[in-house]
Structures are given as C-alpha cells and as structure tokens.
Design a protein around this ligand. Structure first.
Ligand SMILES: NC(=O)c1ccc[n+]([C@@H]2O[C@H](COP(=O)([O-])OP(=O)(O)OC[C@H]3O[C@@H](n4cnc5c(N)ncnc54)[C@H](O)[C@@H]3O)[C@@H](O)[C@H]2O)c1
Length: 296
C-alpha cells in the first residue's frame, strides 16, 4: 500500500493526511471546498513546525511530508490510483452513503474503503458498495498526529484479509489499533459521549459553571482536559451527530442530546472550528489553547 486518498479536509482529515504523509505514504486530500484544503495545509504546516520545535522532526522531513500531499476538489481526479481511501467527511449518514457509492465506482477493484466515522454503522455504509468485504472502520482520535489509538471496526461483511491489512498498516503509522465490533458509537464514543452529554446537562441544570465542571474532571479524575473543552475540540456538531446516532441506534433515552447542545449547534457555536463553543476561541486565544494542547 502506497497511495492513500483522504476524503474531507476538516479537523480529522488534515490530521489523517498529515499522519500518512509523515509515514512516507503519498496522500491525495479531497474536499469540496478549496478554502478547506488551503486551511488544512496551513494547519499541517503549523503542526509539523510544532513537532520540529519539540526536536522530533527535521526541516527536511517536514518538506518531504508536505511533498507527499496533493489536494483535489474532485474525487474523480484523486481516486483512480488509490490503494486505500479513508473517508473523513462530515458525520452525516446520507452523505457517507453517497460518497461510498461514488468511491466504489471510481476506486481500483482492490482498493480498501475505510471510514473514520465516529458512530455510523460500518455495515450500513458497506452496503452502499459492491465490495462490502473491503469496507472497514478506521476511527482515528483527535488530534490524529498525537493520539495513539485507532479503533478498527469490523462491519458485518468485512473480510479477515481487510481487517488484518488495516490492523497491520495502523501499526506502521505508529498507532495502537484495537479490534472493535460494529455497534453504534463503537467503544470510544459509547463511553465518552454520555460523559460529555452529562457535563452539558450539569451546566444546563446550573450545578456549576463551565470552568468549574472542567476543573472538577481535570483535577478530580486526572483527565488531561475537561469534558466541555474536549467537546469544543471534537466539534459540538460532531458530538450532537454521534449522540443522535446512538439515540436512534439503541432507542434508549439515556443517549438523548441535551437541549443546550442542540441550541448551541443551531446557533452555529460548534467549538474550536467556529471560534466559539463553551469557551472563546477568537484568533489569539485559539492559537494559545491549541498550542498548549499540542505541547502537553
Ligand atoms: N472531530 C473529532 O474529534 C472526530 C474524532 C474522530 C472521528 N471523527 C469523525 O471524522 C469525520 C470528520 O469529522 P471532522 O470533525 O473532521 O468534521 P469537519 O466538519 O471538521 O470536516 C468535515 C469536512 O468534510 C468536508 N466534506 C463534506 N462533504 C464532502 C464531500 N462530499 N467530499 C469531500 N469532502 C467533504 C467538509 O467540507 C469539511 O471540510 C466524521 O465522520 C466524524 O464523526 C471526528
């Protein structure tokens, strides 16, 4: 495997492209908006500079990494030579079904189609293609270049060959893969999202303020960041989408998203990416917060 296509250049797509490119894979990064591709390249460059500042990368390796990435606004131009496509577009079932049907048409026969979805059924996504045995979940964590975990999710029809290939490839990226079966939220979000939702409920009920809730969880439970700040980093729209998938999938009210989360997303307050969530991420403050997180 050499040629990787990453679909979606947002929070996760830029990190996935960065990680493959730094491990010497060639990456075709695709987004519907040129401005998102430009922003992704800027973010990757900034993050590579941070790694250099920590003494873990040379200028030459940075240039090689950036040289491994090409950008595209049309998947038709990016897919024909792909060995692996990792889809990291917006968390929306209809969109993912459309993208997978299109990837199935365009990608070479042997190409594996992976999705970075946080919660949507791999089995349902695979059913949109004529190669369900080659469809798998590859759930990276945010920020991708730093976080070691990748949940490798087997859909109902995923073959052992596909699973083994992706499991081994994740190790080559320096990650620690974990085998998971295909149920809503998989493992990571099934446990994380109810905690984030409960933190929002605690705020909504007026039990404590944003900083106070996060401080309790940081200092009391030794979490590296509080649940409300983590929600801002994940994206409040992404958190809402994941909770809705689990709520629909299990038909269990314990996963119902808190109304404050719903309101904030409707108001366009999506966290770091929109400049405001539970915290303020206006340009100067954003740079400071993100750099603190990376340097941890
Ligand atoms: N944010 C997180 O912490 C996190 C963690 C793990 C997994 N995920 C999952 O990763 C995926 C992406 O999430 P994100 O946070 O990066 O979202 P995001 O909103 O930051 O980025 C999504 C990107 O997809 C692009 N896009 C939309 N339709 C497209 C299409 N047809 N073709 C190409 N690009 C398209 C958008 O323009 C946008 O740039 C989702 O499935 C999400 O659930 C997110």
């Amino acid at each position: 495997m050499k040629n990787i296509v990453v679909i979606g250049a947002g929070t996760m797509g830029n990190g996935i492209a960065h990680t493959f490119a730094q491990s010497s894979f060639t990456v075709n990064l695709v987004d519907v908006k040129q401005e998102n591709l430009d922003k992704a390249l800027k973010t990757i460059t900034t993050n590579l500079d941070r790694i250099i500042a920590k003494g873990n990368l040379t200028e030459e390796e940075k240039a090689q990494t950036l040289g491994n990435i090409k950008t595209f606004t049309d998947i038709k131009d990016a897919a024909p030579t792909a060995d692996l496509i990792v889809e990291a577009a917006t968390e929306n079932l209809d969109l993912k079904l459309r993208i997978f049907a299109q990837m199935d048409e365009l990608a070479p026969e042997n190409c594996i189609l992976a999705t970075n979805t946080s919660s949507i059924s791999i089995t349902q996504i695979a059913a949109a293609t004529k190669r369900p045995e080659k469809v798998i979940g590859m759930h990276f964590m945010n920020p991708v270049p730093i976080m070691k975990l990748v949940e490798i999710i087997k859909g109902y029809s995923t073959s052992k060959d596909t699973f083994d290939t992706i499991f081994e490839m994740s190790k080559k990226l320096g990650k620690v893969p974990v085998e998971v079966n295909d149920y809503p939220g998989f493992v990571a979000n099934r446990i994380l999202m109810p905690m984030i939702n409960e933190a929002i409920e605690t705020l909504y009920n007026g039990v404590a303020g944003v900083e106070e809730i996060d401080t309790v969880m940081k200092l009391g439970m030794a979490h590296p960041m509080g649940p409300l700040q983590l929600a801002d980093f994940i994206g409040l729209d992404v958190c809402l989408a994941i909770l809705n998938v689990m709520y629909d999938g299990f038909k269990n009210p314990k996963y119902a998203p808190n109304p404050l989360l719903v309101n904030m997303v409707m108001a366009g307050k999506k966290g770091v990416k929109s400049g405001e969530g539970f915290y303020d991420y206006s340009e100067s403050k954003k740079a400071e917060k993100v750099s603190k997180m990376f340097l941890k």
